[in-house]
Design a binder for this molecule. Sequence first.
Ligand code: ZN
Ligand code: ZN
Length: 153
Amino acid sequence: MSDETNTYTGQCYCGATKVSVEGDPMVSGFCHCASCRSFHGAPFIGWSVWPSDKVHVTGQMNKTDKVDHLARATCAKCGGKMMGIIKGADMTVVFPNVLAASGAPFHPAWHQFYAERVIDIVDGVSKFIDKPADHGGSGETLSETGEALGATG
Ligand SMILES: [Zn+2]
Ligand SMILES: [Zn+2]
């Protein structure tokens, strides 16, 4: 890694809300949980995490506080899914689609809540029943087709 900090800028579907991030994400992955699927209207989602002070927004967003740990935010004009603010952690998830055209790196480290999946993904990336142990989960993993593999992390 170089000392130079890249800045990546992306926008919502309509362009009214823009997001810039400083530097590469701390970690990225995929989530298969029912909340993410319901919010995004998608079979699973990608996520990348930055420290909240590295994420800058212009435009108006609406936020939903349906779940305790995460405030999910959309463009106030078009409803485009923008980010999730992790409460009490000073970290923000920016959805990779927002930044896709910016060249922001996306290197998924794991799939989480794979037990809730609606589609099998064959990509060689680790699949966790919930989350890795060092991220507050059980660390229990599954095969790509859902057989239990035990704890690995
Ligand atoms: Zn918009
Ligand atoms: Zn999720």
